[in-house]
Write a protein that binds this ligand. Sequence first.
Ligand SMILES: Cc1ncc(COP(=O)(O)O)c(C=O)c1O
Length: 404
Amino acid sequence: MLTNTLSYNQFMNPVVLATPISGIRLVNSWESKISLKNQIFLNIGQPDLPTPDYIKEAVVQALEKDKTRYTNILGEKYLREAIVEFQKESHNLSYSSNEVLVTAGGQSAIFAVLNSILSPKDNIVIPFPSYPPYLNVVKYCRSKIIPLETKGEEDFDINIEKLEVILKSNPVKVFLLISPSNPTGTVIPLRTLEKIVDLSIKYNFLIISDEIYSDIIFDKLPYTSIASFPEARERTIIIQSFSKMLSMCGFRIGYILAPTPIIDQVKVIHHTMTICANNLAQYAAYKALEDKKQLKNSILHLVHTYQDRRNLCMGILKESASFSVSKPRGAFYLFPKADSINMIEFCQWLKYNYGVTTVPGSYFSLEQIKEHHQYLRICYTAEKEKLMLGMNKIVSAIEAFKKK
Ligand SMILES: Cc1ncc(COP(=O)(O)O)c(C=O)c1O
């Protein structure tokens, strides 16, 4: 076998070298003494429920209909029109089909949107903990993150006073809102959204609203998109996806909702990245929305499943003297805290000795926000028996770890 003699880092972009692979995947490579078949993975935010049959069948139909060519850059008009109708009916949002850009999942929407807006040295306010890819993309743009710490004691709500302190002393171009949140499951309350809207007008910034979990809401809580405030609509860019609400992660299909002048710029970057979203997946997404009865039933089933599991996991964590946790109202994540525990060490130890994979909270935050280093993220996307077993192991492991 030939060995390489070159030091490849000399050729790589230093910014790329300085941006790590997502910690959510990294934990998969950690060692465990438990055999793979007996391990429990609670680290990847991907619904374990299968894609509904009627959507799978639509992929076959798409092939039969020869949906194998490039589509319109914005995405097929029939899908954009179906998205407009769905968002009107489910979240009272009013968009036209020219204000929709179909993307290769929420992830490519994030990349295209941030690259369309951020120039070097521009400031973006990101509440932490946050979804890590945003940090990487901001770094690629050579822009500056101004962190806003959110606290477990405040249910990870956005502290408006702290936000205004930042806005008073820094020119801010964008504020990032992720609600329901990954990794905390927090749904930002209406009163906070109203204040963010007021601030966005007072300090003239754009809002990127990542709403990919907007249809996974528990306890019959109403969900309000910040773009449904008339004053906010013109300054909001919504990131959306089919991945989570319909177990369609592998389809790689999402979309952006924004005023046309923004879409016209973002579409250029998205076209440069991928030309267009996958044609077969666009057809399947269209069929997913077209059959309203099956759509409603599929989402309801998913929400009930994860609400039950949330309750189950909360019950187990509440019994533990070591963990405290705030009640998530959406998505499928728990973000519990164990005081004074180094969670990177604990999560590695947990995986090695008990075979349960979770993600340390620090992977969703910054080095300087020490408070978040005592948290871990658990995805309750494993079937009930396995999940119960995994949760009980986490709770026993923390006691054993403390006695070490
Ligand atoms: C908050 C958030 N935004 C965007 C994404 C990207 O999802 P996808 O590209 O599958 O739509 C994820 C995935 O976990 C996420 O949690």
